[in-house]
Ligand binder design. Structure first.
Ligand code: SF4
Length: 399
């Protein structure tokens, strides 16, 4: 269970004012003391993450956040961190202290959820401290709310049931290849094993594509670029070749034109983001001048192979093809500037380690700043002269 990557888990954020009982609720749902709980306001300082199997729904990550009404300079920093969690939240529980409900704060947060397109459930906590009159009033005003007392197991089970029904209605991620090819098709994956390849394993995007093939009954052969020609000769029929984007140029020379060819990162641009938007970013890339300012953004800070693409290969291609004076900045991990308006283009990694929601949120931010955005795979395909060929398989799809 713990092997399911975070990117494939639904992220459930718990929001609310200090001392509304967020951490107690978090612990009650998890059935263990993960978050430190105390009656002192503001006990949760940094967001706490916990991966678990929510049976029967499936793997989720819970995010317990600090109070939204925190005070002082440190308090403001905590609120800022809590707000950053919104970009990673697929579904939110808003916890309201039923014994002294701050409805104004809830109404404000409702607008924030709306802006971030996050579905939410209102949980009215401390039911045991409310009068029958107050219970009736709140149920009348917020008909879909769930009233709980964290010490009552029946309440927690009821909340779980309601939550799971809501989660089931969330949009599912698209397959990576499963809807592009019929059952029984044959795919060849090209994974160069060079000095940048991690020792003893293959990287997550490759693992996820293999799993997607298996899920959809697609036969999947994995080869290095050096054995690709031989594999293509041996296999009676190949329906698609998917390559590491760094090897586009070499692989395109080996794969006969009749066999469709694409890249891992291009497939992720559809599943994790908005393919058409990221593709239109290439039009902006074509128009860039030598004084352009570009932001290169990656979701993780630890992937050396990707660091090399983002920090070395793509900048070199830009300088060679657009100009040595292009100004390139980098944003790694969860850092993603709120204001992107100073940039002419954002080039993002394949986003395999994050949820679709996180990536869509970043695309929305670029949209709000009217800055085009594309991704590594599309950029490498364009500079390698095989953009049209690499996206052919996605054309005509509702991408
Ligand atoms: S940098 Fe991006 S594409 Fe690379 S492993 Fe991390 S999330 Fe995936």
């Amino acid at each position: 269970m713990n092997q399911t990557p975070h990117s494939n888990r639904v992220h459930i954020g718990i929001y609310g004012n200090r001392n509304a009982g967020k951490s107690s609720l978090f612990n009650a749902i998890l059935g263990q003391d993960v978050a430190v709980v105390s009656p002192v306001e503001g006990t949760t300082t940094d967001p706490v993450f916990k991966a678990m199997e929510l049976i029967p729904f499936g793997p989720v990550v819970w995010i317990d956040t600090a109070g939204l009404d925190d005070e002082g300079i440190l308090g403001s920093l905590r609120i800022e961190k809590t707000k950053q969690m919104l970009g990673r939240t697929d579904f939110a529980l808003y916890v309201l202290d039923g014994s002294s409900p701050d409805l104004h704060a809830y109404e404000e947060m409702k607008q924030v959820f709306k802006r971030f397109n996050i579905p939410h459930l209102l949980v009215v906590n401390k039911r045991d401290l409310m009068s029958a009159d107050d219970v009736e009033k709140i149920q009348l005003a917020y008909q879909e709310c769930v009233l709980v007392s964290v010490s009552d197991l029946n309440d927690i089970h009821h909340l779980n049931d309601v939550l799971q029904k809501r989660l089931k209605s969330l949009e599912e991620e698209e397959p990576l290849v499963g809807d592009l090819l019929p059952y029984g098709s044959t795919v060849v994956l090209v994974v160069p094993i060079d000095s940048e390849a991690p020792k003893g394993r293959i990287i997550l995007p490759q693992v996820q594509i293999i799993r997607d093939c298996l899920d959809h009954g697609i036969k999947c052969h994995v080869v290095r670029d050096t054995e690709l020609a031989e594999a293509l000769e041996e296999l009676p029929k190949v329906d698609l070749v998917i390559t590491d984007s760094q090897a586009f140029k070499e692989v395109a020379k080996i794969v006969p034109p009749a066999i469709p060819l694409t890249g891992f990162s291009i497939l992720f641009s559809r599943q994790k983001g908005d393919f058409n938007k990221l593709l239109s970013g290439i039009e902006a890339l074509k128009r860039l001048k030598a004084d352009a300012k570009i932001l290169i953004s990656e979701n993780c800070t630890h992937n050396h192979s990707h660091e090399d693409i983002g920090r070395v290969k793509i900048p070199n291609m830009i300088r060679k093809n657009i100009g040595t004076t292009v100004n390139i900045e980098f944003a790694m991990g969860h850092d993603f500037p709120a204001d992107l308006s100073q940039y002419d283009l954002v080039i993002h990694c394949g986003a395999c380690m994050v949820t679709r929601k996180t990536m869509l949120h970043r695309i929305d931010r670029a949209d709000e700043s009217e800055v085009p955005m594309t991704n590594y795979g599309l950029t490498l395909a364009y500079f390698s002269g095989i953009l049209e060929r690499s996206i052919e398989i996605l054309k005509g799809r509702d991408a």
